[in-house]
Design a protein around this ligand. Structure first.
Ligand code: ATP
Ligand code: MG
Length: 423
């Protein structure tokens, strides 16, 4: 027998987990379709990996003393006593799949992209959620700086395609295991005298992950580290050469960028080139996309020593920018019909024109002209066609372009109407 319900309080979604409703979803589809289109021009294939992995995969790749692993992961023990985690990011799973399926054996160069939900236990606010969505791309197998420039150019290209040109591309280098330990000491020596001015998190980071102090959003930490030495001035010659070459290829590609000496990414696996696409329109949620090179990650996760580079972008934040850019996806045509015979004609025209590839609407049970016009207004279609008795008799009807108000008379023939809609 079913347990008796004790009350009728409705059940809501979990905090920070959102429904993506019609109206919003069209923007997501547009972002996803544009990403598929642009990525395919650069030779990327889609990969779909599980949304849950063994906890140790993220601890080992992202790093034990990062915000994600320390504070933000949805980790739990399942019924079989396995320690599992809802993925907080995409790269770790993709690289695990690359190694497990030996994708590098068939082709030493892999270009993969993914899209899907990620989970981080953060304080929800505009542009920051607990379930959020990323689209990301990874290239493994090439250490050449052309690849860094190529992936950055592809990222910029996608945003241009979406009509989002405001964000700026910032780049930096985090060096490699040869030069970073030395820099870490130089930075610690600088911070030692200023430790009293740092926030509690940064006081802790001083020992565990001093580079992250440069990334702290707290004002007094920013002030205390304003003239801190930068990794960029402490790169070993091969890393410095790589960074120079990346810039040369970015210039050849015509991809605008600026150097941000203070950028440190929140994941441990980055080496050399790191980058962010930064917007001024979303308050403190300023990064819309971010990534970097990870030449040690594949080996760290038990694979061969092959280099990699990738990025991830936040779909929710891109959608907010798309909205600010005035994105809309109206249907092509609304048919207003007056009387039963016109109603049948409108229905037939709608069915035919939909098959010809256009989005058509009508008011299924619209009685009065006024209520149909109201519906046409609400749906904000590009064109409106009005069919009444006279139009049926002459087999011609007025087609109005809503944005300009201009009107043309068209034969009531699907192909003739479509010719106008294509303009
Ligand atoms: P932030 O500094 O805003 O916390 P991050 O450095 O943690 O970002 P990454 O791990 O680099 O972000 O993830 C790449 C992108 O994913 C970000 O640039 C952002 O667009 C998006 N993103 C990250 N966390 C969230 C979140 N909690 N909600 C929505 N989008 C997110
Ligand atoms: Mg974060």
């Amino acid at each position: 027998m079913l347990a008796k319900r004790c009350c009728n309080v409705s059940i809501t979604a979990i905090k920070g987990f959102n429904d993506i409703l019609p109206g919003e979803v069209e923007k997501w589809q547009h972002i996803e379709a544009s990403a598929r289109d642009v990525f395919s021009r650069y030779g990327f294939a889609e990969i779909r990996v599980p949304i849950m992995e063994k906890t140790e995969l993220f601890a080992r790749s992202i790093g034990d003393v990062t915000d994600i692993v320390e504070k933000e992961m949805y980790s739990f023990v399942d019924k079989g006593e396995n320690r599992v985690t809802l993925r907080p990011e995409g790269t770790a799973g993709v690289i695990r799949a690359l190694i497990e399926n030996r994708l590098y054996a068939a082709d030493p160069v892999s270009k993969l992209f993914y899209m899907g939900p990620m989970f981080r236990y953060e304080r929800p606010q505009k542009g920051r959620y607990r379930q959020f969505h990323q689209i990301g791309a990874e290239i493994t197998g090439i250490a050449d700086p052309k690849v860094d420039a190529q992936i950055l150019t592809m990222l910029r290209h996608l945003f241009d395609e979406l009509g989002i040109t405001e964000p700026s591309l910032e780049i930096n280098s985090l060096g490699c295991p040869k030069c970073r330990p030395q820099y870490r000491e130089t930075l610690q020596a600088f911070l030692r005298n200023r430790i009293a001015s740092l926030c509690p998190d940064c006081t802790r980071r001083f020992d565990t992950n001093p580079l992250r102090v440069l990334d702290c959003k707290v004002e007094r930490c920013k002030a205390a580290t304003a003239d801190a030495p930068a990794m960029l001035e402490n790169l070993c010659p091969p890393c410095a050469g790589h960074f120079e070459a990346v810039q040369e290829f970015l210039q050849l590609a015509g991809t605008a960028y600026r150097i941000n000496r203070r950028m440190v990414r929140g994941l441990d696996y980055y080496t050399r080139t790191t980058f962010e696409l930064v917007t001024g329109l979303l308050g403190s949620q300023s990064a819309v996309a971010a990534g970097g090179r990870y030449d040690g990650l594949v080996a760290d996760l038990g694979g061969p020593a092959i280099p990699g580079i990738g990025f991830a972008m936040g779909v929710e934040r891109i959608s907010l920018l798309l909205e600010a850019a005035g994105f809309s996806k109206p249907a092509d045509l609304f048919i207003v019909a007056l009387g039963d015979a016109a109603g049948k004609k409108a229905f037939q025209l709608m069915c035919r024109i939909q098959r010809l590839g256009f989005a058509v609407e009508l008011d299924y049970d619209g009685k009065s002209m006024k209520s149909q016009m109201r519906r046409a207004d609400k749906l904000a279609c590009r064109y409106t066609l009005i069919v009444g008795e006279t139009e049926l008799a002459t087999n011609r009807a007025p087609l109005k372009e809503m944005a300009t108000g201009s009107q043309t008379e068209v034969p009531l023939v699907p192909e003739s109407i479509v010719l106008q809609l294509q303009r």
